[in-house]
Structure formats: C-alpha cells, structure tokens
Write a protein of this length. Structure first.
Lengths: 788, 194
C-alpha cells in the first residue's frame, strides 16, 4: 500500500517538474505568439503543451487543472485551425489561465488543496472564445497579413498542407484519448509523455520533408514564400534569438537530471582538492628552495604542476556542471515586459542578448529578483509614454535591452533603456527632500554618487506610488541581492538618451580569486571581484573632507579608511610607512572605498569555508580559507566593511609610524619566565628604557604594532611558534627592518642557520649577568652586527 | 555506538586505580562485572587549579596548542580559529569564558576539541588530567558557592573517592556562540540613522 503511495508520489513529482517546465516555456511562447500569431508551429507547440498538462492532470486526478487546461487547449485548437484570430483580450485570458494553472501547481507542491482554487472566472473568460459566433474575422485575413508578398497559389498550398496536418493530428488524438483513460490504471505518465513527444518529432520531420519536396517541385513560388517566412522569422530572431536556437534541438539533447546536493558535494570535494593542491605547490617550492637541484625535488615539482593542471581542469569541469544559461532567467522577461508595458500604456520592445551565457545555478536563483526590479524601473521611470516619445523625435516604441556576457571570472548583466535618463541634480534634490543626505553632501556629490542614491532604501523619484514602482523598495532589493553575491553595480545615464544599469557578478561562489593583504599582524583575503584597483600613495596624497580621509584618484574622490579600523583591530596600531601607503580600492554594489593596508601579499585562489555554527554572522568576515601553508586566512565581507567604514572616526595618520611619539626608548621583551622578566625590567629601566612585555609571539606582534620599539628581546622558546619565526615576522614589518633583535636562549641551545635567516642581531644566554647585558647594549648600538 | 551494544565489562576499567579503590571500598571484588550505565566517563582537566570534566562522548580529540588566526569582532574569550585537518575550528579560552585571569600558554596547555551536535569548538585548558569514571549516583547538583556566571555551564559536581570534579554542560557552553552581534551593531545603526 505504502509503496503504491510512494510510486504515486513519484509520479506526481515528475509531473510537477514537467508541468513547471512546460508552463515556463508557455509564458515565452505565448508572448512570442502575440507578435507572430500565425506561426502554426508555435501554435501547435502551445497546443501540445496544454494537451500534455491536461492529460497528466486528468490521469492524476487534478480536476480543476484538467478543466482549466482543457479549455485553454480548446481555445488554442481553434486558434491553430485559424477559426478565430488572436487578439490581446484573448491573450490576456490565456495568460491569466496559465497563471492560474501555475497557482494550482504551486498549491500541489505546497501540499494544499489544489481543488480549492477558484477557476470559474478563467473558464468563463475562455468560454467566450469558444462560442461559435466568436469567429468574426477568422484565418484568411490573418493569412493575408502574414504572407503578403506571396502569390495566391502558394497561399492556398500552405493552407492545404495545414489542413492535412490538422486532420492527421485530430485522427491521432481521437485515438489517443480513450487510450489514455483506459490506461489510468498503473501506467507511468512519463512514458506517455515521451511517446507523445516522439510522435510529434516525427510529425515535424515529416512536415519538413514535405515542405522540402514542395520546394523542389515549385522552386519559383517557394522562393517568394521563403522570403516572407524569413521576414517574419527575423523579427522574433532579434527578440528571442537564443530561445529559438535553444528550441531547435531540445529533443535530441542528451541530458541527465542530477540532484543539486550531489553537485554541491562534488564541488566541496573539489574545494578540498584545490586546498591540497595549493599545499602541495607550496611544499614543492619550499623543497626547491632548500634542496634545489636534487632529482627528487625536480620530480616533485613536476608532479605538483601536473596536479595543478588537472585540478584546474577538474574544477572547471565541476563548475560547468553547475552552470545554467542565464536564458533561464531572461526568458521570463518578455512576459514581464509585456505585462508592465500594457499596464502603463507604454510600448516597449525587449531585446535579449547573450541568453546562452552561463553562470552558477546558485547565482541564477539570486539574480532574478533584482533584474525584475531593474526592468520594471526602466519601463516605469525610464521609457516615456508614446506621445511624449513622438514629440521628442524618438520612435514611439521604447527599447529595453537585456544583455549578458562573460568578462574574466565575472558575468556582466546590462539592462539599458532608451528612455529619459536620470538627472543627477534632480536625484540630489529628491534625496535632500527625503532627508537622506545633507546639503553639504549633496554639493560634493559626483554624478556617479548621485546615481547611487537610487539604491538607498526609501528613495523614489516617482511622483506617485503605482502598482509597479514608486515605493522606493525595488532598487534596495537589487542592492541587497547583488551585495549578497559580492557583485558590483554600475549606473550610466544620459539625460534624454537612457540609462544603463550594469551588474557584475562572480561566476561561482565556492572557489574564488582573492587578493591577500596584511594589516597589523593579520592576513585577510579580499575577493578579487570586489577589488577595483590597488594604488600606492604617500601620506601627502591623503586629503581631508570634514576630517575624513579621502583620496583623489583621477577624477574620483574616494573615502580612505584603515582596514584595521573597520574590523576593530586597528586601535593604537602603527604600521604604516608614510612614504609607501598601499590602498585597495574596493567596490560593492554601488559603493566604492579605499582600504588602507600594511602590505599587499598577492593573488590566490581560495576555497570559501564557513567558520561553523559557533561563529556566525561575524561583522566584516564572510568566511575563511586554508592557505598553502595550512594556516587559516579570513575572507573579508567587503559590503560589511564598507558600511562599517562610514562610522569610523580614526584617521590614517593615527597609524603612521613616523607620527609615533615617545619620551624614552622602548624595549619589547617577548618572554614568559617571570624571574628573567624581573631581572630585565630592573636592568633596562635603570638604563633609561621603557619595557613592554609579551608572553606569546602573537602578543609580541600586537605590541610591536602599538609601540615602536627600539630594541626587541625574544625568547627563542616562546610559544606558539618559536622566537626565530617571531623575529622573521618582525623583520617583514616596515618599522622593524633594521631595529636590533636580540635572541635569548634559556636552555643553551640555538640553531645558527635559523638565527642568520631571521636576521637576529645578537644572541644571549641565561643566566644573564649585568656584564653580558652591557655587552649586548654596546653591540646593538653598532647596527646590523650579526652573531656569526 | 549505542551504550547498550557495548560489552558490559570494559577491561580498561581495571586500569583505573581510583575506581579499583572505590570498588574495594564498596566491598566489591575487583574484576567483577561493572554495569557501564552506572558510570559517566569524563575527560578531566585542570582550569585555574580546579578539576573539571567533559563527557567523553563530546570530546573528539586533544591537541597541543597550534598557531591560530585571530577573528575580529568576536567575544573576548574567542582566541581565534585553527585548521584541524582541513576543518576550521574556533578556539575558546575557557579561563576567559569563566572569568578567570588569563594565563599564557605553557608546556601543559592543551586544546580539547569538542564535537557536539553541529558544533565543533576547541577549548583551551591549563592541563589535561585523565579519563575519570564518575558514578552517576555520586553526581550532585551544582553547589551554591559556584559563581553565578559559571553556574549555568555546570551540570553537576561528581564526588570521587579522593577529589571532586565539576562536570560541564557542553550544550550551554556552545549555545551562546562567539560572535559579537548584539549591542554594538545596533548602537551603530542608531547613530547612523540619527
């Protein structure tokens, strides 16, 4: 019993997937049909879709759905026989019917009662077109319209061919219906659909053959017909070119449905592999450094590069399995545009370009909503009403272009309209009225910044709130979603010419390119997609606006902020060399900012890992990754960092080494032992030093950023990584390139090689005597004396 | 492994001196069958000179201190994150969590890696003792002299022949999380709006 139920459930699941696809296609096909109401192939296709859904629905016992699709099928049947002619009223009714069907499907999915949905209105609407007397101006008129240049002979021929075909179909269908009902018992619905499709395919083929034969027989007449067909075909081509291309071979396509979870798992494994590869490469290069020239090392290097190659390919391969065409999103838009433009009484033509561009499935899901809002805005605010357009000398029909293309590791999605464009002054005025910005802010705003105002929540230029837009929510949604994807928004506009909104979004979310930077003692990875450029400046380049640091970069003014401050780790840290300040200009959505960092480390491919359940929603951090050397590096949440930056009061000069003031020379002692600490403290204070203690290497590095020490004493055995490594790290910091570092060995052991490598100035041993310490101070006064 | 599937007599018990002692004291002969369900097996560790215990089933492993990465905007007791064979694990200093004075890492310092439900967290402790068997009957509710901010993390106090052990409530310890999300962000928002 329960097995039967499971079977049934499975069949219903299959049906739902199928129906979803069919309905989705129906949307675009119907909109296409509006322009090419005589395309019999299209008519047949739509008819078939309704027929399929009806068949399955009745088999599964969804009465309302059956009833509704049956009516739709009837209307389509009349249409394809050219008994009635399609008009916009009819199209509205059909579309409404499709929407209702979607609602029913949705209800089935959610487990609520699909029979509870009221379909009476739709049935009534549709019934109207089924009345005998509705025929009015039937097929012939439309036929003439369509095939104007063709002569009568071919016209007649065409009709004949159509009639034959329809007869054939009807015969077949008459056969089918009773079969279907009898089959209800326990047949798989899939097989039934398959059979139907196969039959259709053959049918299509047959017809094509027929036409070709005709062509051979009457080449002259055909030529003119072909021409006209081409003409009509060209119109849709520009409009839905990729769709048509996709449609051409959907039945031969060899595909396999895979659970997304499995692909995700695979992606995770590849992520681990990439980490392993990174590690292998770093080990190989270390081995090369240490035992260069050795045969085995060379072999290791070879293996490493081989693995690198294969891993990259594998990564690409797995990524590709997750890729879907953006057409999946774009194809909904003809319908969206149609609905909105009709509601607003505007004429809009939608042009789709690059629908075959592929991107990750997870990204596709997030991109739909923002695009709907952008397109809506373009039609509502951008495109002028037809009369106004005529006055301006523009064609009455407005144009919205939706295009997608790849650019490096990003996908770029552009939405442009040829409407009235945006006036930065008006935007500023509006924002001022709403209290979103202050007057001074308005005055300093560049054109780009003014455009960015449209993304502020609560901002709307619409005079009144309409059904479609004006509540000032839409663009905020765009911003949030794009931010979530780590994307960038750019706005270009010209008054009277139109507006273009450009979304730049990373292709995939799991493995990304990142720029590694260092600030204080920490390393961070900034997703490369957010990085606009990196620049090196000096402290003289830092300007001030209302006591906030800004950088003039070409014609733009970019706010500057110390990365450490935005993360709350910058307090009292002095790590910047005024002669060489590194700035990473980052952008998220519409905002741009310059992050000041201590060092730029380089570019790295990283795998995003979560920090787990214990550390969730950390401000400024979106995740972590494991580097080639096994250490953990945090990934910046650039959107959050940018937001944080606006409330920071610290200035760049607070972090400059050269602005540090001290009364006495400072000694930093990284040492755990209390006895030796006491001894050193006594001795060094006597000699006029300030002493700062640190008990681990981490603490020592922190202290080294806070106090610019004139002498550093490190215990070689300090936790967590030994004193050699601490000294090595200190040497990489601009403030400690030449400061004397004294190593202290508490057990008499030391590694000569490592001491040299980490540029330790002098080595001393416990127990310490005052003479020894005196000697030390003398030695360090002569710079760069290494213990040899 | 479900407890019931386990062999009721665990040979390793015989090596536990204290338990042996206890058994002798209780008049039982050593080597007799011990019903495992009557005992709780805990990993004992020292923190601020006191003995604490964590249920052994929650302990994944114990490691020596390794290099960690500091995570900004976390509560002060979060030391940072470490890489444990490809897994990123947050590390919490239990001393700071319990409000004791911080103590620098030394030779005895260990990190207990906890795996409980969906959580993986490392706890820094002063020193690992050993695995103790605490008789369930001998576990008493938290005594009132334990400071209130630690109290909620304590499941009970186990009495053993020679010493007592404070048993920690892992669930409670992990639940709060280590992210700083509460006050500061809201305050900033208010400032922003104003």
């Amino acid at each position: 019993m329960s097995e039967n139920m499971d079977d049934m459930q499975e069949i219903i699941q299959d049906f739902l997937v199928e129906a979803d696809e069919l309905l989705e296609e129906l949307d675009e096909d119907l909109v296409r049909l509006e322009n090419e109401s005589e395309d019999e192939e299209l008519l047949n296709k739509i008819f078939r879709a309704f027929h399929t859904i009806k068949g399955s629905a009745s088999f599964l016992g969804f009465e309302k759905l059956t009833h509704l699709t049956h009516r739709l099928e009837d209307v389509l049947n009349r249409l394809r026989k050219f008994e009635i002619k399609l008009n916009s009223e009819m199209m509205d009714a059909i579309l409404a019917g499709v929407d209702k069907a979607k609602m029913i499907i949705e209800a089935i999915k959610e487990g609520s009662d699909p029979e509870a949905i009221d379909i009476e209105d739709n049935i009534e609407q549709l019934q109207k077109f089924l009345a005998e007397d509705y025929a009015g101006d039937a097929g012939q008129t439309s036929g003439k319209q369509e095939v104007t240049p063709a002569d009568e002979l071919s016209d007649e021929e065409l009709l004949k061919a159509q009639e034959e075909e329809i007869k054939e179909e009807e015969a077949e269908e008459a056969e089918e219906r009773p079969k279907e009902e009898s089959k209800k018992s326990k047949d798989d619905i899939d097989a039934e659909i398959e059979r139907l499709l196969k039959w259709r395919m053959e049918e299509d083929k047959k017809r094509r053959m027929q036409k070709q034969q005709q062509k051979k027989e009457e080449p002259k007449e055909e030529e003119s017909k072909e021409e006209s067909q081409e003409q009509t075909a060209q119109k849709p081509k520009t409009q839905t070119k990729p769709v048509a291309a996709k449609k051409a071979k959907p039945l031969i396509e060899q595909t396999i449905r895979v659970d997304v979870q499995r692909l995700d798992d695979l992606m995770n494994l590849v992520g681990e592999l990439v980490l392993g590869k990174n590690r292998l490469v770093s080990v190989a290069s270390k081995a090369e450094e240490k035992f260069g020239g050795d045969e085995i090392v060379e072999e290791l290097g070879e293996v490493a590069s081989q693995i690198t190659l294969v891993t990259t390919d594998l990564q690409m391969g797995v990524m590709k399995t997750r890729m879907v065409q953006i057409g999946k999103v774009f194809n909904k838009f003809p319908r969206v545009v149609r609905d909105i433009s009709r509601e607003l009484n505007k004429e809009v033509e939608l042009i789709i370009k690059g629908a075959e561009t592929e991107l990750d499935k997870s990204v596709v899901e997030e991109i739909n909503d923002p695009l709907v809002h952008i397109v809506r805005n373009a039609i509502d605010h951008g495109i002028e009403p037809p009369e106004e357009r005529k006055k301006l000398g523009k064609p009455p029909k407005g144009k919205v272009i939706l295009s997608a293309y790849h650019e490096g590791n990003y996908i770029v999605i552009e939405t442009s309209d040829d409407g009235r464009g945006m006036d930065p002054e008006k935007l500023k005025q509006k924002a001022l009225e709403k209290g979103l910005i202050t007057e001074t802010e308005a005055r300093q705003m560049s054109k780009e910044e003014a455009y960015a105002l449209i993304f502020k929540p609560g901002f709307s230029t619409a005079a009144k709130v309409t059904n479609i837009s004006g509540r000032g929510v839409g663009m905020d949604v765009v911003k949030t979603n794009v931010e979530k994807l780590n994307g960038i928004i750019e706005v270009k506009s010209e008054i009277g010419k139109g507006t273009t909104i450009i979304l730049k979004i990373p292709l995939t979310l799991a493995i990304i390119q990142a720029l590694l930077v260092k600030v204080t003692k920490e390393y961070f990875a900034i997703p490369l997609v957010s990085v606009v450029e990196t620049v090196r400046i000096t402290k003289e380049d830092v300007n001030k606006v209302e006591n906030k640091d800004v950088l003039r970069l070409r014609e733009n003014i970019i706010p500057l902020v110390y990365l450490g401050d935005t993360l709350g780790i910058g307090k009292n840290k002095r790590t910047l060399d005024g002669k060489e300040i590194y700035v990473v200009v980052v952008a998220v959505a519409e905002k741009r900012i310059g992050l000041v960092v201590d060092e730029l480390i380089g570019r790295e491919e990283i795998v995003i890992k979560s920090l787990g359940n214990y550390l969730t929603n950390i401000k400024g951090i979106s995740g972590a990754t494991i580097m080639g050397d096994g250490s953990v590096t945090l990934i910046l949440d650039v959107a959050n960092v940018i937001n944080e930056a606006s409330v920071i009061n610290a200035n760049i000069e607070d972090h400059l080494i050269d602005c540090y003031q001290k009364d006495k020379p400072v000694v930093l002692v990284a040492l755990l032992d209390d006895e030796i600490r006491k001894q050193l403290k006594n001795y060094l204070t006597q000699k006029g030093y300030d002493v700062v203690f640190a008990s681990t290497d981490k603490e020592a590095l922190d202290k080294a950023c806070e106090h610019i020490a004139d002498l550093i004493i490190v215990d070689l055995g300090i936790y967590i990584n030994d004193g050699y490594n601490l000294a090595k790290t200190l040497r990489t910091m601009p403030a400690y390139k030449t400061v004397p570092i004294v190593a202290l060995s508490t057990d008499g052991t030391f590694d000569k090689e490592k001491i040299k490598e980490s540029k330790i100035t002098k080595l001393i041993f416990t127990p310490l005597t005052d003479e020894e310490l005196d000697e030390m101070l003398v030695a360090i006064s002569k710079k760069n004396i290494l213990v040899a | 492994m479900v407890a019931k599937d386990v062999d009721l007599f665990d040979k390793s018990l015989a090596l536990n001196e204290e338990l042996e002692e206890e058994l002798v004291k209780g008049g039982k002969k050593t080597g007799t069958i011990i019903v495992k369900e009557e005992y709780e097996q805990v990993v004992g560790f020292i923190l601020n000179n006191e003995l604490y215990g964590i249920d052994i089933l929650d302990v994944e492993e114990i490691i020596k201190p390794v290099d960690y990465t500091y995570v900004p905007n976390t509560k002060p007791f979060v030391v940072g994150v470490i890489n444990l064979r490809g897994k990123i694990i947050p590390v919490v200093d239990l001393r700071l969590k319990f409000g004791f004075v911080a103590k620098p890492i030394n030779v005895d310092t260990r990190i207990i890696i906890i795996s409980h439900d969906e959580y993986n967290v490392g706890f820094v402790v002063d020193k690992i003792e050993k695995v103790y068997y605490v008789e369930k009957k001998a576990i008493e509710p938290t005594p009132p002299n334990i400071p209130p901010d630690i109290e909620k993390y304590v499941k009970g106090v186990g009495k053993m022949p020679k010493k007592i052990i404070t048993l920690l409530n892992i669930e409670e310890l992990l639940k709060e999380g280590g992210s700083l999300t509460s006050k500061t962000s809201k305050q900033l928002e208010v400032v922003d709006n104003g």
